[in-house]
Design a protein around this ligand. Structure first.
Ligand code: SAT
Ligand code: MN
Length: 584
């Protein structure tokens, strides 16, 4: 008798009609075979073997460089289940329409069957997925980003407990590109794109959109969060999970080289993008990183901003859409130093400054997590790490202070639900526009976000130790348009204050939005920052917040009667606290 996996693969092959079907074993030799295929196809190049051993540069089609949110759908029988922030299609209609595109899509190609585990091989929190794909680039990327092949087959056994994902490059035409999720069937269909977030189905499609649905049903959490451990003098490590929208510096924060290292504060990396969290026997939420690698944004990454990742990238790394130097080394804006002469840009053309950026703004590196010098000893701990603080953040030129602490869990959920950020190149669309992005999950929540807020509120009641919730903003600007805070390794000063607040210390002042550090509460020695800049960084400006209240009210009204009462309550309470301030 065929196993559930074999039956599903057979069904997928019947639809897509590949020339052959290959089950992947996850070996290094198989990775090399994929690379050989890519090299022969002419869109992938071997980098300098002396300075970047076993590293490659892949160039995508020019219109396939980021997630395409307008082509991403949640397919539930009832439109309300997907909610007002997701694109929706009826499941039958979606299968009919997109099934026609999959019909024969793999003719002349090989269909690779990629069984993979999200999470460490031995973790009870981990889950199995199976992606079938006609893209060797996807197979190679899954090799770095997940535990794939035989280990996953062993974990799966003859059970049918896996999330199936059907992927084909199709003809790469954006007019025939669809990323579909069928939460009720735990099924993913993706066609027309080879880009990470659209095509590595274990990442956003499974570990966030499908997993968020499973998590709500089963009483756990699947979040768009980095996980880091802050080591304090004496060696105790406190774990924090932080949600920021794509390309807002999650990787850099998770891998930070602390500016307070000489004082004994160090940051250890558990994960840089996704956290799966369950309540442990000790009453804490325990988080695992379901991924095995980092799929990070290259531009802006350099020795000053993220030396750990720069070291990690020197071997076994697959680069996508970066520029190529005459020495066959990868290059991107912000790597440090002026652009070298004789570069080839991400499109494969000789580069000159008039041609715009040499690397695509959303060009990426795909690197094994283990290669980071900052990797935590606990990064594969089967039981995960206990989370003591949640941090929400975004890119805000105004309004949000450097850091504040919410009054309690319910207020913290409101802070997450109303967080906003200026858009980046990680998704197709305008860059720099402020949009509400609750918990950084706007593009990744697999169900109605009103119910998702409800799930957060519910978890707060169920976690014996619901930990503190903070908000940070590294991106506030002064009147001159310049960033007020230096960011990067200096952000550890903010983490230190958060740690102290968790431990019941840390000087703070109460404001209508929550607790903001007292100036004496921040460790600023060795940092050149003017008193003026500091005042501005910590300022809660009632006029700005009046607009903010209005804007968030409008956003929340989208959810109608489905919005949890507690969220409306928190909005009213915040508004009232500002009124008191004005009348006091
Ligand atoms: O582009 S990905 O979705 O893979 C990464 C991100 O946008 O967070
Ligand atoms: Mn992300």
């Amino acid at each position: 008798m065929a196993t559930p996996l074999e039956s599903w693969v057979e069904e997928a092959a019947k639809l897509t009609k590949p020339d052959r079907v290959v089950y992947c074993d996850g070996s290094a030799a198989e990775y090399q075979r994929m690379i050989e295929l890519l090299l022969r196809a002419g869109d992938t190049f071997t980098l300098n073997e002396k300075t970047y051993p076993n590293c490659y540069l892949h160039r995508s089609t020019v219109n396939d460089v980021a997630r395409t949110e307008h082509l991403t759908f949640i397919c539930t029988p009832d439109k309300d289940e997907a909610g007002p922030t997701n694109n929706w299609m009826d499941p039958d209609a979606a299968k009919h329409k997109v099934g026609a595109l999959f019909d024969g899509a793999m003719r002349g190609r090989t269909m690779y069957v990629v069984p993979y585990i999200m999470g460490a091989v031995s973790s009870p929190i981990s889950k199995v997925g199976v992606e079938v794909t006609d893209s060797p680039y996807v197979v190679a990327s899954m090799y770095i980003m997940s535990r794939m092949g035989n280990v996953a087959m062993e974990r799966l056994g003859s059970s049918g407990e896996f999330v199936p994902g059907l992927h084909s490059l199709g003809d790469l035409d954006p007019l025939r590109r669809y990323i579909l999720h069928f939460p009720n069937e735990r099924l993913i269909w993706s066609i027309g794109s080879g880009y990470g977030g659209n095509a590595l189905l274990g990442k956003k499609c499974f570990a966030l959109r499908i997993a968020s649905v499973m998590a709500r049903e089963q009483g756990w959490m699947a979040e768009h969060m980095l996980i880091l451990g802050l080591e304090a003098p004496g060696g105790k490590v406190t774990y924090m999970a932080a949600a920021f929208p794509s390309a807002c510096g999650k990787t850099n924060l998770a891998m930070m080289v602390s500016a307070l290292q000489s004082q004994g504060y160090r940051v250890w990396t558990v994960g840089d993008d996704i956290a799966w969290m369950r309540i442990g026997d000790d009453g804490y939420l325990h988080a695992i990183n379901p991924e095995a690698g980092f799929f990070g944004v290259a531009p802006g990454t350099g020795m000053l901003t993220n030396p750990n990742v720069m070291e990690a990238l020197r071997k076994n790394t697959l680069f996508t859409n970066v520029a190529l130097t005459a020495e066959h080394e990868p290059w991107w804006e912000g790597i440090g130093g002026p652009p070298p002469a004789g570069m080839i840009n991400w499109k494969g053309e000789p580069w000159e400054p008039s041609k715009g950026p040499a690397a695509h703004p959303n060009s990426r590196y795909t690197v094994p997590a283990l290669q980071s010098p900052s990797i935590s000893q606990k990064w594969e701990a089967p039981e995960g790490v206990p989370i003591s603080a949640f941090i929400f953040g975004g890119r805000r030129a105004r309004v949000a202070p450097l850091v504040y602490e919410s009054f309690d869990w319910q207020h913290g959920v409101f802070v997450g639900a109303t967080m906003a950020s200026e858009t980046t190149a990680a998704a197709t669309g305008d860059v720099g526009v402020t949009r509400r992005d609750p918990m950084a999950m706007l593009p990744f929540c697999g169900y109605n976000m009103a119910d998702y807020f409800g799930h957060w509120l519910e978890m707060g009641k169920r976690i014996p130790h619901p930990r503190k919730i903070f908000h940070v903003n590294w991106f506030r600007k002064g009147a001159d348009g310049k960033f007020l805070w230096p960011g990067y390794g200096e952000n550890v000063r903010v983490l230190k204050w958060i740690l102290e607040r968790v431990e019941g210390r840390g000087a703070a002042q109460e404001t209508p939005i929550g607790y903001v550090p007292a100036k004496s509460g921040l460790t600023l020695d060795g940092l050149k920052i003017s008193d003026e800049a500091l005042n501005e960084l910590l300022r809660v400006n009632p006029a700005d917040w009046e607009n903010e209240l209005e804007d968030s009210k409008q956003f929340l009204s989208k959810f109608g009667a489905r919005l949890p009462q507690e969220i409306c309550e928190e909005h009213a309470k915040l508004s009232k606290r500002f009124q008191h301030l004005v009348t006091a």
